[in-house]
Design a binder for this molecule. Structure first.
Ligand code: ADQ
Length: 495
């Protein structure tokens, strides 16, 4: 069944409204006039195909420098080449962006959720702006949604939207997906605004996390902080007469899309060229792909790679790591500093180990087209995905999908959500550089039969557990909640 028919079968006559901080399409000035771009990131990769197939509205902060020129009243139909749904842009002032997004969401909630409390800052002035921006998102959703519509809120930037929206529009069915880890309560309790955040999220009918562990951490926080009834077995919370169902829904990728990208003529050609280049010289290609972020473990990975050459010098001149890092959030000092440090460490690695006709590392710092990215995934002999903490990590799943020749090995951090599903990957501890070095060698020396076997298992798993199955599981769960507390509203409109 197609996505749209499942949605319309489960929620007849309803529309879908998605909210996220980041918009799925941004417009930017160029010498040839405004150009449209799609930002890099897991959330857009996951939800844009969904809205394209179901129609509806996506509400987000209009962050592109040409957004206002293209949509003066804040609304436009996207994707530009074949419009399928409405993008509703919310305009934020530079101060709002700094306090709501840079300071509170990315300077406070992001590091705390990734178990790095010493990096977190929760200034009250930033909190007040966070709250008022969340209220505006909720008011916009309240104005756009039709009676009984399904509203799907995303992520930590919009934690307070559900309760605001539930007050405004009790007829809507509200779901929220939290795309990053939820920390153990001993960490979350350090947030001064923790109770209001929990109450904001309990405005949802359904609240999803990537893993049972994150869901259990959330339930523990609610049970400790609020006067609520919590059933850890079913995931049901009752607070202030409202019921919220909490559960685990591991996000995935569009598996068929990534396969088709890897099998496209362009990808086949590029991957073939790269593979021949390395094989003819008896060399190996390693790959790492990340959004610039201190949680992705890029610096410890480079240290692990350095130790690999120290411990196993026979591989000097034979293994090159292509490290793709797309800059983002560089208006935040910690991110700008990280970008510089990665560049400096990369330069040091190059000058310490380079040999005539060979470099140990090739840095790439731009967004790649899917056919280009898939050709790298396809050609790589191994991929290193080594976040220190990561809600899920879609790069690991994309690599597995694109390995159409089943030759590559996935090295995957045990503290990425994805490691709970991709159990045929080689586990790594991102903070153990020696173990890291040994695992790279193990990957290079693994038999072809074992590599095929491991990839086959993970590919079978991902083909059955793709992004569409993820969306369906959330819709089914949401539809199950109908008798309580949505039933009275449905009866009211004769459904
Ligand atoms: P992110 O932290 O953004 O997502 P991730 O899941 O790895 O992390 O997704 C990154 C996405 O960006 C991938 O789809 C990848 O293909 C793309 N990408 C990265 N570099 C690129 C480049 N140079 N060119 C083109 N595309 C590039 C957050 C959470 C994750 C969670 C997702 C989804 O932090 O843990 O998996 O949301 O819920």
């Amino acid at each position: 069944m197609s996505r749209s028919s499942l949605f319309h079968q489960l929620f007849p006559g309803r529309k879908l409204v998605v909210l996220s901080n980041r918009e799925p399409y941004t417009h930017h000035h160029s010498p040839d006039g405004p150009i449209c771009r799609q930002p890099v990131g897991g959330l857009v990769s996951a939800l844009d195909p969904l809205l394209q197939s179901t129609g509806g509205t996506w509400i987000a902060w209009g962050s592109g420098d040409a957004d206002r020129d293209v949509s003066p009243n804040g609304s436009l139909r996207v994707p530009p080449e074949r419009p399928a749904y409405t993008l509703r842009r919310l305009w934020l002032s530079p101060e709002e962006v700094r306090e709501y997004y840079d300071d509170y969401a990315n300077g406070g909630l992001w590091p705390l959720s990734h178990l790095l409390p010493e990096r977190a800052n929760f200034a009250w002035s930033a909190w007040r702006t966070f709250k008022s921006v969340n209220r505006r998102f909720a008011e916009t959703a309240g104005a756009v949604a039709g009676r009984g519509d399904v509203v799907w809120v995303n992520d930590y930037q919009l934690s307070l939207v559900p309760a605001f929206l539930r007050d405004l529009r009790p007829d809507c069915l509200i779901a929220h997906f939290w795309h990053i880890p939820w920390p153990p309560h001993s960490i979350f309790r350090l947030c001064p605004q923790r109770r209001e955040l929990l109450e904001g999220l309990l405005g949802n009918h359904l609240l999803g996390f990537h893993t049972p562990e994150y869901a259990a951490n959330f339930l523990e926080a609610v049970a400790t902080e609020l006067d609520a009834q919590v059933d850890p077995t079913s995931g049901c919370v009752v607070h202030n007469g409202r019921e919220t169902m909490v559960g685990a829904f591991p996000i995935s990728i569009d598996y068929k899309y990534w396969r088709s990208m890897a099998l496209s003529p362009k990808s086949e050609l590029l991957a073939g060229r790269i593979h021949r280049h390395y094989r003819q010289r008896n060399r190996y290609l390693g790959l790492a792909v990340d959004r610039l972020d201190y949680t992705k473990g890029i610096l410890p990975r480079l240290e692990g790679f350095r130790q690999f050459f120290e411990r196993f010098p026979a591989y000097r001149g034979r293994v090159t790591l292509v490290q793709v890092v797309v800059p983002n959030r560089t208006s935040i000092a910690a991110y700008a500093a990280l970008q510089e440090e990665i560049a400096a460490v990369t330069r040091r690695l190059k000058s310490a180990y380079r040999l005539p006709g060979w470099v140990p590392i090739i840095p790439v710092t731009r967004k790649l087209e899917p056919e280009h990215l898939s050709s790298l995934y396809r050609a790589a002999d191994f991929a290193i995905v080594s976040p220190i903490f990561d809600g899920m990590n879609l790069v690991a799943k994309e690599f597995v999908a694109c390995q159409v020749n089943q030759r590559g090995v996935l090295l995957l951090s045990e503290s990425a959500g994805a490691s709970q599903e991709l159990d045929a990957a080689l586990p790594i501890n991102p903070l153990d550089p020696e173990g890291f070095a040994a695992t790279i060698r193990r990957a290079l020396e693994m038999s072809l039969a074992e590599r095929q076997n491991r990839l086959e298992r993970m590919q079978q798993y991902l083909s059955a557990n793709d992004i569409y199955q993820w969306v369906d599981s959330i819709f089914y769960r949401l539809a199950d909640l109908r008798p309580s507390p949505w039933a009275s509203d449905l009866t009211a409109f004769g459904s």
